[in-house]
Design a binder for this molecule. Sequence first.
Ligand code: ADP
Length: 633
Amino acid sequence: MTKKTQTFQAEAKEILDLMIHSLYSHREIFLRELISNASDAIEKLKFESLVNQSLPVPVGGFEIRLDADQAARTLSIIDNGIGMTSEEVVANIGTIAHSGTKAFVKMRQELKDHPEMIGQFGVGFYSAFMVADRVTLHTQKAGTTNGTLWESDGGGTYTIEDQPRERGHGTTLTLHLKDFKDEDGEVQNFTDFWTLKEVVKKYSDFVSHPIKMLHSREQKKDDKTETVVEDETLNSQKALWLRSPSEVTADEYNEFYRHLTHDWVDPLKTIHYRAEGTMEFTSILYIPAQKPYNYDFRDRKIGLNLYVKRVFIKGDCEELLPPYLRFMKGMVDSDDLTLNVSRELLQQDRQILRIKKALASKALSTLKSLLETDRASYEKFWANFGSTLKEGIALEPSSVDKLKDLILFNSTHSNQLTSLAEYVARMKPGQKDIYYITGDSLAQIQNSPYLEKLKAKGFEVLLMTDKVDAWVATGMDQFDEKSFQSVSAENLDLGTEEEKKAEQEKMREAGEKLKPLLETMQEALKEQVKEIKLSERLTESPVCLVSVADGASAHMERLMESMGQSAPKAKRIMELNPNHPLYNKMMTVSSEQQKEWAEILYQQALLNEGSQIENPYLYSQKIAKLMMSAAMH
Ligand code: ADP
């Protein structure tokens, strides 16, 4: 290929501009990003050479090398990893893969404020332009014989051409350093050995390949000074997880977290765990303090890094955690695993399944103690990842009991979140069940007519508004031997036997009195509702709809519809409040009017529970007509 000039994708150009103009104080993180790319490239080659024996493995071992030239003001980062083909250079360096415009706009905004977050967005390479006004990348893919030379000054274009690489496979990235001053006027000289060593120590100490640099120093010998040039390894490469937790500082754990995740905010919680006995492995797990910007994207990578006997095997290993813990980050190092690397084998591996079980159990017990000892942190965790954790209730029957202790709810008790244990402790004498209501928003269900009777009795109700809550509610079964009871279900049973008897008697009497009205209404609404009956559920509102005992709730129906599944429309029961003065009035009007009002009442009941009415226009017309006739009287 002869030398060609190509343009950056528009988005890539924008990110480059941001880097070129980024804050001075964060410039040093470019080295972390580029070393991390070099280290990834080595790990990729190690991994591929396990499968493909013909791939080269460097005789002198894998390494990352820093090569600085004071006079020319250049710094090179050199690795003997997998390298790239020219197509890969164009795809990886000239363009940004991202999931849609919205995601890009968010990324651009966050990078504007926090350029040091760059690694998180998968565009770490561009951080080179924080310190360089020209960057050359010379790379050769392992297993090929020709190299690719790429160069750009961060303007709109780059050049690319074939050029053999003397060192063979791997990548040399050369930064032509800008002339700049730090905010406080001090210059950080990225060609200076000590400066580079300090930055490497700070960010990349546990990178598991040696980061080497030549160091020349003066040495006195027999009254003569001579210059000695030595090769020095800048990082300790110590596997953090093999050290005793008491010897690892919080800073070291946090730096390791940044290395694994590229998240720039320290984690909320760190778990360093060693399993001993029949199964031996070590793990460091982290709960992030913030929700990653792409948390809900389908293509987001999840899972832990897997090591076998200190050797990195695979990143993003989803098989190591159940899906409801997918917010956790970290790594596992096992001595017992074989180097079976294929996905199918990982999924079936009994050892992996046992590790997954042990990690889940450790994670849940850690969350429990966090809830008990540091409520504020737990609530932060809950706000970010609570709905993910809750999925376990629906999908992981074996963990349901433990998860019940960890779930927090909004409730009618106060504005604070409550656990089930706290709810049960507040239960009133005579209260048999744990009550809940599901719906789309707090505002809507807080004022729901279904709560009237319970409020009057002083019974607390859990307010469940999360998308997954309809499943959570059905998956929970019992807590502390108390059943979960939806307040919108038929046969809601709130009173004692005597109260129930008295109520039945009252309803029977009212039923007799209102019989002709009920029959007319039933006739008018026979297509819409299964049955119309009187009940004591309501104290203020005239009407509500309830689900047949084993039918899907209205919330569940809406949820399934929003997922594009057609929910079988179960006919509901319409309950009337016989204590409402409306019905006595209705007895005095014509049956035509009764029918029309029955329609209006039905539609009000739909609106109250958050459902849509079929024809809002017709409904408004009917209300306007009512107003007119009220005004005339
Ligand atoms: P990320 O590393 O998060 O994917 P980068 O912008 O840092 O994002 O790099 C983009 C891609 O370029 C990498 O995913 C990798 O495929 C490739 N790349 C970068 N540096 C190297 C390198 N030293 N050797 C091989 N490939 C590299």
